[in-house]
Ligand binder design. Structure first.
Ligand SMILES: Nc1nc2c(c(=O)[nH]1)N[C@H]1C(S)=C(S)[C@@H](COP(=O)(O)OP(=O)(O)OC[C@H]3O[C@@H](n4cnc5c(=O)[nH]c(N)nc54)[C@H](O)[C@@H]3O)O[C@H]1N2
Ligand SMILES: Nc1nc2c(c(=O)[nH]1)N[C@H]1C(S)=C(S)[C@@H](COP(=O)(O)OP(=O)(O)OC[C@H]3O[C@@H](n4cnc5c(=O)[nH]c(N)nc54)[C@H](O)[C@@H]3O)O[C@H]1N2
Ligand SMILES: [Mo]
Length: 831
C-alpha cells in the first residue's frame, strides 16, 4: 500500500478490501481435513472453505487459541507439553487448491495411443472396465508365459500389492524406502526392534525442553519438515528462548535452520560425518567422559570393547583422534574438541542426526555410530535421543493404506511376493539380466548390486510388467524420485511389455506408462485418515472427503478391489466389499473398524476416546495423541525403566552385529533374535563392517572419481513441495522459488560461472541443465540440486527440469541406504 496516503484514505482502503473479501467468502461452509501428502510430517489439519462444491480457501488449523496471534505468549506449560497448539501449514498447503484443481489432473483411465512411443504423452481415453481387463489379462499372460517372477514393482514397494500378488500367486516386489533405511537397520541390529516400531518413541516437546544442548546434525528443520507444521523447529526455538538451550547445526550448507535457529554452524564435508562422530567417541572414551553405569547395564560388553578398540586404534593402529578426523571431514580438531566437551557436559544432549546424513553411500556407519555414541553417553531414553525414530507414543496410527494390518483381505499364506531387489534398484534388476545371461556378470554379483533380500534358492526374476501404484496409497514418481539414474529407469521400462501407473496428476513417470488409472486425492476427495509418522506430535485426523472427485477418478482401494475381482478373488482381497453401490458405506465400515482398533489400544492405558459415530460428528475429527497423556513418553521404557531385556540376542544394545561378523551368514536371508526377517538387510552386505567404522563413501569426496567429477552433489528436500508433489503448481514457482544449482563462489569463479548463468551438471549417467545459484552458503566442493524437480528431457536425453536423480548411480556400496548423493562436474553453458 502506498505509504504516502493520508491516514483516513488508508483506513478506507482497508475497509474496502475487507468488504471485498467478505463478499467473496459469503455463504461458504467450513470443513476440516488432514493433509495426506507424504512430507513425513504429514497430517496437518486444514480448515477448508467451500462454496458450490468447490474449495475457495484453505486456512490454518484453529482448534486451539482461536484468534490469538502468538500462541507462545498465552500457551500454558501444560498446553505446550501436550502440544495443544495450532498446526501452521507449509507453503505446499497454502497452494493446495491450485494443486487439486490443476489442469494436470488425470481424469479418466488412459491408454497409450497405438503407434506412439512411451513418454511421448499421447493417450486415448478408455473405460474403467477396459483398463482393468487389459491389466488383469496381461497379469495372467505374464504369469503363464514367463512365470511368477515376471510382474515387478518400481520404487517403492506397495503394501496393497502384497495381498493382491499373494492371492494371484505371482509378482515380485522390491524392499526399502529412501527415507531412513540406514537408521532402520541400525535400530534393528542394535536394539532388536525393527525400524519403524514404536519402542524408541518419545515426546518431542519433553525431550526438547529437557535437553541441555540441541545438536541438529544434517537437519534443516525450517525447510524440511520432520513432524507436522514445523512444530519441531518451533519447539527448538522455544527451548532456546525459554530455557536458553544452545543449538548447534552441523551441515555442509548454511541452511535456513543454521541461520535462524543455531548458535553455532559447523560446516562438514558431506559423507564424512562418521569421522567426526568417531573423534567425539575417541575423546569421551579416552578421557572417561562416557556413562560407565549405563554402558555396564545396557550395552553388550564385547561389542563395546571392539568398537572402543577400533576407536582408540588398538585394533588397527589408527587412533581416531580429532586430528585424524580433521583431515577427512574438514572440521578443525579444535572445533571437534570444544564441541565434545560441551556435548559431554550437557546432560542429556539432544543429538539428532537426521537421515540425509546417512542417505548416501555407507550411511549404515554414521546411523549406527550416532546411536552408539548417544548410548555410551547414557543419553537414550529420558531427554537426549537414541538416534532412531522418532514417532510419538506407543499407539498405532490409523493407516488405512495398510489394509493387511487388519483383515480387509485376509493375507494369503501360500505365496508372499519375494523381495528380490532394493526398490530403487528395480531398473538394474531389469537391465543387468542381459549381462547375467551373457555370462558377463555372475548371479552373485547381480544380486549384490540389486540388493537381493529373499530366499537365495529362488531363480532370478524375469520382468515383463511393471506395476506402479505405490505405498501410502500414493503413486510414486520413480523417474524423478527413485534414487537411481533416471535414464536407466526409462531404458528398463522400455524392455518391458507393459507399464501400469496409478496417478492423480500427469507426472513424468505416468507419462511413460501404457495404462494410467486416475486416483482420487486423499486429502480432499475420499474418506481416509491422515497422520504423521516422522517427528512426533502425532495426530490421527479424519479426512471426510470434502469435495467430489473430478472425472472418473476412483478411490485407490476401489481400484485394487476391482482388479482383484477381475483376477477372480475380489471379496477375498477386500472382505468389506459387498457391492459397487455400497462402496462408500463399506469403506466407512472399514475405517470405523480401523478406528475402533486404535480406540481399543488406547483403552489399555485407560484412555477413553469417543465412539466412532461420536468422533465423526466432531467439528474437526482429530486425535492429538499427546493431549491424552499427562506423563511424557520416553523411548525404550521397557528396557531402560522397567528393566526388561532388549529383544536382541544378548538382551542389550549391540554395537557389534553378530550376523555381519559371520561369513557363513553371507548370501542368506537374515532374521533377528525373535525370528523376524531383518527387512532392510540384503542377503549380501558387501563390505559393511560389523561395528560402525569409517569407510570412504563410494562417489564421495575421497573417491578417486573426483579427478573426473570433482563436486559432490547433494539433493536436499525442498520447501515449496513434498518431494516431486507440487512441482507443477505455478503458485510455488517463479516468484517464490528459483530452482537452481547451489554452488560456492570459489567453484563458480574457476568455472567462469556467475549467478543465474545456465550450467551443465553431469555425471557418467546423465546431464542436467539449470541456472546456478552462486553463494557462500555452501561449502566449496559441494553442490546442491534440490530433489523433486520434474524431468524435461530433450531429444539427446539431457534434462532441462533440473532433476538430481538423473545423475545418481552406485553399484558398489552396501545397499541399505538410498544413495541420494553422487559426484558431478559443472560447466557454464556458453551462448
Ligand atoms: N518441505 C519438505 N519437507 C519434507 C519433505 C519434503 O519433500 N519437503 N520430505 C519428508 C521426508 S519423506 C523425509 S524422509 C524427510 C527427509 O529429511 P532430511 O533427510 O533431513 O532431508 P534433506 O533435506 O535431504 O537434508 C537435510 C539437511 O542435511 C544436510 N546434509 C546432506 N548431506 C549431509 C551430510 O553428509 N552431512 C551433514 N552433516 N549434513 C548433510 C543438507 O544440506 C540439508 O540441510 O523430510 C521430510 N520433510
Ligand atoms: N535425489 C533424491 N531422491 C530422493 C530423495 C532425496 O533426498 N534425494 N528422498 C527420497 C525420499 S526420503 C522419499 S520419501 C521419496 C519420495 O518419493 P515419491 O513417493 O515418489 O515422491 P512424491 O513426489 O511424494 O510422489 C508421490 C506421488 O503421489 C501422487 N499423489 C499425491 N497425492 C495423492 C493421492 O492422494 N493419491 C494418490 N494415489 N497419489 C497421490 C503425486 O502426484 C506423486 O506423483 O523420494 C526419495 N528420492
Ligand atoms: Mo522420505
Amino acid at each position: 500500500m502506498d505509504t504516502e496516503l493520508p491516514q483516513e484514505e488508508k483506513i478506507k482502503r482497508i475497509e474496502q478490501i475487507k468488504l471485498q473479501l467478505m463478499e467473496k467468502h459469503k455463504d461458504e461452509t467450513v470443513r476440516y481435513t488432514g493433509c495426506s501428502i507424504n512430507c513425513g510430517g504429514s497430517g496437518c489439519i486444514l480448515k477448508v472453505r467451500l462454496k458450490d462444491g468447490k474449495i475457495t480457501a484453505i486456512e490454518p488449523d484453529d482448534r486451539y487459541h482461536r484468534n490469538v496471534g502468538r500462541e507462545d505468549a498465552v500457551a500454558t506449560d501444560d498446553e505446550l507439553q501436550k502440544n495443544k497448539l495450532q498446526q501452521r501449514h507449509c507453503p505446499f498447503a497454502w497452494g493446495w487448491r491450485r494443486h487439486l484443481y490443476s489442469p494436470n489432473r488425470v481424469l479418466y483411465p488412459l491408454m497409450r495411443a497405438p503407434g506412439s512411443k512411451r513418454g511421448e504423452g499421447k493417450f486415448i481415453r478408455i473405460s474403467w472396465d477396459e483398463a482393468l481387463t487389459i491389466i488383469a489379462e496381461k497379469m495372467k499372460e505374464c504369469k503363464e508365459k514367463y512365470g511368477p517372477y515376471s510382474i515387478i514393482t518400481p520404487y517403492i514397494d506397495n503394501p496393497m500389492l502384497d495381498p493382491l500378488f499373494g492371492w494371484f500367486e505371482a509378482g515380485v516386489q522390491g524392499w526399502g524406502w529412501c527415507s531412513q533405511d540406514a537408521e532402520r537397520l541400525a535400530e534393528h541390529l542394535m536394539t532388536g526392534y525393527p525400524g519403524w516400531t514404536y519402542a524408541p518413541s518419545f515426546d518431542m516437546a519433553d525431550v526438547l525442553f529437557n535437553s541441555k544442548l540441541i545438536v541438529l546434525w544434517g537437519l534443516d528443520l525450517t525447510t524440511t519438515r520432520i513432524g507436522p507444521a514445523h512444530q519441531f523447529a518451533w519447539y527448538v526455538k522455544m527451548a532456546r528462548e525459554k530455557k536458553g538451550t544452545p543449538v548447534i547445526c552441523i551441515d555442509p550448507r548454511f541452511s535456513d535452520t543454521a541461520a535462524v535457529l543455531a548458535d553455532q554452524w559447523i560446516p562438514i564435508k558431506p559423507g564424512t560425518d562418521m569421522a567426526m562422530l568417531l573423534a567425539i567417541a575417541y575423546i569421551v572414551i579416552k578421557e572417561d567422559l562416557y556413562d560407565k553405569e549405563f554402558v555396564e547395564r545396557f550395552v553388550e560388553p564385547k561389542g563395546f570393547k571392539k568398537w572402543a578398540d577400533y576407536i582408540l586404534g588398538v585394533s588397527d593402529g589408527v587412533p581416531k583422534t580429532p586430528e585424524w578426523a580433521e583431515k577427512i571431514c574438514a572440521v578443525p580438531a579444535e572445533t571437534i574438541r570444544d564441541f565434545t566437551y560441551l556435548y559431554a557436559k550437557s546432560k542429556p544432549t539432544f543429538l539428532y542426526k537426521n537421515w540425509s546424513v546417512a542417505r548416501k553411500s555407507r550411511g549404515e556407519n554414521s546411523a549406527r555410530a550416532a546411536a552408539a555414541l548417544q548410548a555410551i553417553m547414557g543419553y537414550w531414553g529420558k531427554g537426549g535421543y537414541s538416534g532412531f525414530g522418532p514417532r510419538s507414543r506407543n499407539a498405532p496410527y490409523i493407516r488405512p493404506w495398510f489394509p493387511m494390518r487388519i483383515p480387509l483381505g485376509l493375507m494369503p499364506r501360500k505365496y508372499y511376493p519375494p523381495r528380490m531387489y532394493r526398490s530403487n534398484k528395480w531398473a538394474q534388476a531389469v537391465l543387468l539380466l542381459d549381462k547375467v545371461k551373457s555370462g558377463e556378470l555372475s548371479t552373485e554379483e547381480y544380486r549384490r548390486i540389486i540388493g537381493w533380500r529373499a530366499d537365495p534358492n529362488l531363480p532370478n526374476p524375469n520382468p515383463k510388467m511393471l506395476f506402479g501404484g505405490g505405498p501410502q496409497a500414493q503413486t510414486v514418481n520413480t523417474l524423478v524420485t527413485g534414487t537411481n539414474a533416471t535414464l536407466h529407469q526409462i531404458e528398463a521400462m522400455n524392455r518391458l511389455e507393459m507399464v501400469v501407473w496409478f496417478a492423480t496428476h500427469m507426472t513424468p513417470t505416468a507419462m511413460y506408462a501404457d495404462i494410467i488409472l486416475p486416483v482420487q486425492d486423499q486429502t480432499f476427495e475420499c474418506p481416509t485418515f491422515a497422520n504423521n509418522d516422522y517427528g512426533g506430535f502425532s495426530h490421527n485426523t479424519f479426512c471426510p472427503g470434502v469435495v467430489k472427485a473430478p472425472g472418473e477418478a476412483k478411490p485407490f482401494m476401489w481400484i485394487y478391489t476391482k482388479l482383484a475381482e477381475k483376477l477372480g478373488f475380489g471379496r477375498r482381497y477386500n472382505t468389506y466389499y459387498t457391492t459397487d453401490e455400497n462402496w462408500d458405506k463399506d469403506w466407512l465400515r472399514y475405517l470405523g473398524a480401523y478406528y475402533n482398533r486404535f480406540r481399543d489400544t488406547m483403552k489399555r492405558w485407560e484412555l477413553d476416546l469417543p465412539e466412532w459415530e461420536e468422533f465423526l460428528k466432531q467439528e474437526c475429527p482429530s486425535i492429538n495423541l499427546d493431549e491424552y497423556f499427562d506423563e511424557p513418553c520416553h523411548g525404550y521404557v521397557n528396557e531402560l525403566e522397567l528393566g526388561l531385556p532388549f529383544p536382541t540376542k544378548s538382551g542389550k544394545i549391540e554395537i557389534c552385529s553378530e550376523i555381519l561378523e559371520k561369513e557363513e551368514e553371507r548370501g542368506k536371508l537374515h532374521f533377528d533374535a525373535r525370528g523376524l526377517v531383518i527387512d532392510v538387510l540384503p542377503n549380501d552386505w558387501r563390505d559393511l563392517t560389523p561395528i560402525p567404522t569409517y569407510q570412504p563413501a563410494v562417489r564421495g569426496m575421497e573417491d578417486p572419481l573426483v579427478a573426473k567429477y570433482p563436486l559432490m552433489l547433494l539433493s536436499s528436500h525442498g520447501r515449496y513441495r513434498s518431494h516431486s508433489t507440487g512441482w507443477d503448481n505455478p503458485w510455488l514457482r517463479g516468484d517464490v522459488y528459483r530452482h537452481a544449482l547451489w554452488i560456492n563462489v570459489a567453484d563458480a569463479k574457476v568455472r567462469g560461472i556467475k549467478d543465474g548463468d545456465i550450467v551443465r551438471v553431469y555425471s557418467d549417467v546423465g546431464e542436467v541443465r539449470v541456472p546456478a545459484y552462486v553463494t557462500t552458503r555452501i561449502m566449496p566442493g559441494v553442490v546442491v540440486l534440490r530433489h523433486g524437480a520434474w524431468i524435461e528431457l530433450d531429444e539427446k536425453g539431457v534434462d532441462h527440469g533440473g532433476c538430481p536423480n538423473m545423475l545418481l548411480f552406485d553399484d558398489k556400496s552396501p545397499q541399505t541406504p538410498a544413495h541420494a548423493t553422487g559426484l558431478v562436474q559443472v560447466e557454464k553453458v556458453e551462448g
